[in-house]
Design a protein around this ligand. Sequence first.
Ligand SMILES: CC(C)(COP(=O)(O)OP(=O)(O)OC[C@H]1O[C@@H](n2cnc3c(N)ncnc32)[C@H](O)[C@@H]1OP(=O)(O)O)[C@@H](O)C(=O)NCCC(=O)NCCS
Length: 173
Amino acid sequence: MIRLEPLTGHHDRNGFDCGVELLNVWLRQTALQHQGKGVSRTFVAVPADGAAARAWVQSGYLVETHDILGFYALTSAFVLPQDLPSRQAKRYPRQIPVTRLGRLATRSDMQGQGLGQLLLADAVNRARMAAQAVGSAGLFVDAKSEAAARFYQRYGFMPAADQPSKLFLSLWP
Ligand SMILES: CC(C)(COP(=O)(O)OP(=O)(O)OC[C@H]1O[C@@H](n2cnc3c(N)ncnc32)[C@H](O)[C@@H]1OP(=O)(O)O)[C@@H](O)C(=O)NCCC(=O)NCCS
């Protein structure tokens, strides 16, 4: 019912609202520009096809085929040992290549239905595949709120010792 695909100009970026204006504006104004320059890659959850969109409508949601139901963005980054959980920090050199999960959001009226979990799983899979070709110790996120940090911790992300908003999920044993 839901498809995950790279963001393009065909998706309705203006109609997306996750309740956090900063993230809405980033998707509207910055995501495609950054993608064009290779700064970040954004992936969106959309209805799989017309029938899926109609099924959402029948369930009471205002959904069209080009609507964005959720999104996330990945970039390459370096972090320092103090940005990682202390147990992990010891394993690495002074500058640690990571895949940064820059943004993750789902449509306000669809939150709490598993979409965030689906997007996060997709982000982890993509980061894991990319790390087979380009070095990346793990997935790193700087959570925008305590609630967001709790969400990531449910899925195994560990906070840095003195900076609980910074969370890390190793991609390697
Ligand atoms: C955070 C966010 C992406 C979660 O998406 P979602 O679609 O609501 O998440 P899901 O429905 O997949 O929830 C998965 C699990 O996480 C839990 N969860 C969701 N939001 C949570 C939160 N803020 N704090 C703690 N747990 C949370 C759910 O209860 C669910 O657990 P369950 O399976 O035991 O019921 C979404 O709430 C959102 O877009 N928030 C606004 C933007 C934001 O803060 N993004 C994070 C930026 S760093």
